[in-house]
Design a protein around this ligand. Structure first.
Ligand SMILES: [Zn+2]
Ligand SMILES: [Zn+2]
Length: 284
């Protein structure tokens, strides 16, 4: 297939912290962080949470190249990697991007996950050809995409990604606590964590884990209230925001009530939705 200049974006997992199957959470889904962006034959996968398993099953068995962009190494963002079929395909090349850490290389941090007793298969035993790229505040190209990464306010080395193609922009920051980064949040763009990544995006996937009351008891945990996510998206002048990283304790009904309450008395100048597994978006 020719590259089309269009992006097809699919949510494979939007739960935070840990997978949560269950009838009360079926509507928005229980798999952890994973979003795919396609353009023709180009396949970009943001995060390797439990949602990546199902994604792997849907890929063509002869697929030759896959790109995985990790925001950080918290377990909910990498726990699906060992179950991603292309890792066991010797004809497939897998390029993995992820943040530089101060203490250990990216490959060594991945080796910790791909090793007993956590996982039976060691990293060196995977069949695919694997290339590892450490990034920080970087700009790079993958096929026709231009990707920008920047460190975000979240415990441990964590980046957000800005993915551009043909004038359209998707921003991905599933774990983010922007109110901690600036003394004057949400009024100042300067020094606001994540602003450069989200600025005027067509589609922003953003942390919205907590209600305002929950967040007050969890300041510094690295996540965001729905209210702060809305303020951040307003400051960044995005066109659409999809709330992401749903708390594992929240049922579908609780999630909807929390968002309804958070938008009361707010003048929202963009399209807002709750992230939902299997939702698909198209950008020109
Ligand atoms: Zn997370
Ligand atoms: Zn995290």
């Amino acid at each position: 297939m020719e590259n089309t200049g269009k992006m097809k974006i699919t949510i494979w997992g939007c739960r935070g912290s840990m997978p949560t199957p269950g009838i009360e959470k079926n509507k928005y889904g229980g798999n952890t962080s994973c979003v795919q962006i396609e353009n023709g034959n180009s396949c970009l996968i943001f995060d390797g949470g439990s949602g990546i398993q199902e994604l792997g099953i849907t890929l063509h068995p002869d697929i030759r190249e896959v790109n995985i962009l990790l925001t950080h190494l918290h377990i909910d963002h990498i726990m699906g990697l060992g179950y991603f079929q292309p890792f066991y395909n010797p004809n497939c090349t897998i390029n993995i991007w992820g943040p530089s850490g101060s203490s250990e290389t990216l490959i060594n941090r991945l080796r910790r996950y791909f090793s007993p007793p956590f996982f039976p298969v060691r990293f060196k035993e995977l069949s695919a050809k694997i290339n590892i790229y450490e990034i920080d505040n970087s700009t790079f190209n993958i096929d026709d995409f231009t990707i920008t990464s920047e460190y975000l306010c979240h415990p441990g080395a964590t980046v957000g990604y800005r993915c551009e193609l043909g004038g359209s922009v998707v921003s991905f920051m599933p774990d983010h606590e922007p109110s901690l980064g600036s003394s004057d949040f949400p009024n100042l763009t300067e020094w606001c964590s994540g602003y450069n990544i989200a600025k005027e995006a067509d589609l922003l996937f953003h942390d919205g884990q907590y209600s305002t009351e929950e967040y007050e008891r969890r300041v510094g945990w690295g996540h965001c209230s729905v209210s702060d996510a809305i303020d951040f998206a307003t400051l960044s002048k995005v066109k659409k925001m999809v709330l992401f990283h749903h708390d594992p304790a929240h049922t579908d009904i609780q999630l909807e009530r929390m968002v309804d309450k958070s938008i009361q008395n707010k003048n929202i100048g963009f399209d807002l939705s709750i992230g939902k597994e299997n939702d698909v978006f198209h950008l020109q």
